[in-house]
Design a protein around this ligand. Sequence first.
Ligand code: SAH
Length: 215
Amino acid sequence: MTDSYRHQGMRRRLVQEIQQKGITQREVLDAIGTIPRHLFLDSSFVEFAYQDKPFPIGSGQTISQPYTVAFMAELLSVEPGHKVLEIGTGSGYQACVLLELKAKVYTIERQRQLFERTKAFLPTIGYRPRFFYGDGYKGLPAFTPFDSIIVTAGAPEVPDALLSQLKVGGCLVIPVGQESQTMLRIIRTDTNAYKREQHGAFRFVPLLKDKANDL
Ligand code: SAH
C-alpha cells in the first residue's frame, strides 16, 4: 500500500479540478489532497482513482465522485469536534473526508460485506470512524443529537427519524428523488422548525429500505 509522488501529483491535479468546479473551503480541498483514494480501489484501477468520477467498488456499490463528496462536505459546515452521522459508509471515502475535517464520525452501512470490508480497511490507513451495521433510515437513536447528518445514497423521501436526531442549528444533507436526486440541505432552526434549501441535481445509488441485506 504505497502512496508515491506520482499518486500525490495525481491528487494535486484532482484538487485543482474540483476547485475549478466550485469547491472553495480550504479544509475540504486539503482533505481531498490528503486521502490516498487509490487505496480504496482495486490496484488494477489506480488510473481511475484520481479522475473526478464515481467508480464501482464491488457489491453493486460505488465510491462517490470526489466533487460530490467535497460538495456535500462543504454543505455540512463541519467544525472540529462536531458529531456527524453518515448513512451509507460504502468505501469509507466520505467518512475519511469528514475525519480530516476533525469531526467525530458515526457511519452506518446496511450491506454486510461492504460493512466488514470497510471496517477492516480504514484503520489500516489511519482512519477510525465508529462503524455501525444496520438500516440508516432509523439513524442512531442511542447517539443523538448530531451536529449534522449526511446521506450518501439517493433517498425516495426524507426520513423523519433523521430530522429528529439533529441538534437545533444542525443540518441534514440528503439527495432526494428516484432516477436523479435533488441535493437538499435541511436546517433545524428550532425544535419544531426546519428550513429546506435545494442545491442542484445529482445521481446516487438508492437508499434501500427495510432490514439489512446480506448479499
Ligand atoms: N459514502 C460512500 C458512498 C456510498 S454509496 C463512499 O464515500 O464511498 C451508498 C451506500 O449506501 C452503499 O454502500 C449502500 O449499501 C448504502 N446504503 C443503502 N441504503 C442504506 C440504508 N438504508 N442504510 C445504510 N446504508 C445504506
